[in-house]
Ligand binder design. Structure first.
Ligand code: SF4
Length: 323
């Protein structure tokens, strides 16, 4: 028999899905309105309220989860989907934080959902390296070079353990959306309403002064502007490049504002950290291994691109003069 409290707190799990499909939960107009309010919170604050732990609210929580998924799918906007995934994962993360002491078996169950087996080590936990690499959050603090690693396991605190699960939840939700289906008119209209609430971005701030940027950097900027989730390695490489290109912290933070999981405080901290510690720009072959090199510029490092471009233009010009 399903544990309804667990399902309502963690509606993305197999147990919750099974409960919802066998029970045949019903969607009503008032619940669609509530789901819209949740999504509005996700869009504006990046967070969604936790549902009260009342038996009467448990099934409602499952229906709201399903309704939000249908609305964002109907809207079909990647930014909205990613923003929702971030907020839903944060909501689950709040539940996990309180369950660390109140219901530790729930935390184990959520970890098992992602195939993560933690080992207790004093006040800390050991996470298998593969799971750590797969679900590590996008932050300088989680770089492997800053961690204690032994025998294929990484040491994390209780808080970091929850943070890694939050990332796993976000990835699962992002990856499972949009749902391809024909939705009822009320869901479609809620989806259209959400589209009308999306922020309007100024496209030109990503273009000014970028004529000489290498293709990989232009692509990363374009992806950010289109609200596509840029991987951690891409974000760090982009920030290092922009710092070296003389772009101010203020402006760099603005570029990242388009990311679905944008947090001004974290981004500013990371950019300042990169500037202060003079992070080195990854070479083109490292960029290639990250999967973010998209051309063959033959410049060895993206920071050389501008000079090699000018060199190519000069050689071309001289060749034209000779002929
Ligand atoms: S070759 Fe270097 S500069 Fe060109 S796209 Fe690849 S990583 Fe960027």
């Amino acid at each position: 028999m399903a544990d309804l409290l667990f399902c309502s707190r963690y509606p993305f799990t197999a147990e919750a899905r099974e409960y919802a499909s066998t029970k045949g939960l019903e969607l009503s107009s008032s619940l669609i309105e509530k789901a819209e309010l949740r999504l509005k919170d996700a869009l504006t604050t990046g967070k969604m309220k936790k549902t009260a732990d009342l038996p009467s609210a448990e099934e409602e929580s499952l229906i709201l989860y399903a309704a939000c998924r249908m609305i964002v799918s109907s809207a079909g906007n990647r930014y909205l989907i990613n923003r929702y995934a971030v907020a839903e994962a944060k909501r689950s993360s709040d539940c996990l934080s309180s369950d660390l002491s109140a219901r530790p078996s729930y935390v184990e169950q959520v970890a098992a959902e992602f195939g993560i087996k933690y080992e207790k080590s004093g006040q800390h936990f050991l996470v298998p390296l593969a799971a750590y690499l797969m679900f590590t959050p996008r932050s300088v603090d989680y770089k492997l070079t800053n961690r204690e690693v032994a025998f294929g396991k990484v040491r994390v605190s209780a808080h970091e353990r929850v943070r890694i699960l939050e990332e796993a939840i976000k990835k699962r939700i992002e990856g499972s959306l949009p749902i391809r289906a024909e939705f009822p008119p009320e869901i479609k209209s809620a989806g259209a309403h959400m589209i009308s609430l999306l922020p309007k971005f100024e496209a030109e701030i990503i273009r000014v002064g970028q004529e000489n940027y290498p293709p990989c950097i232009k692509k990363l900027l374009e992806d950010l502007a289109l609200n596509i989730n840029v991987p951690h390695t891409g974000r760090v490489s982009l920030a290092i490049y922009l710092v070296n290109a003389g772009v101010s912290d203020e402006r760099i933070v603005e570029f990242f504002r388009h990311a679905p999981d944008f947090s001004e405080k974290t981004t500013r901290y990371q950019v300042e950290h990169i500037r202060k510690h003079k992070y080195r720009m990854p070479s083109c072959s490292t960029m290639d291994s990250y999967g973010i090199c998209i051309a063959e510029c033959r410049c060895a490092n993206p920071l050389n691109y501008r000079d090699s471009l000018h060199g190519r233009r000069l050689r071309q010009f001289e060749g034209e003069k000779k002929s």
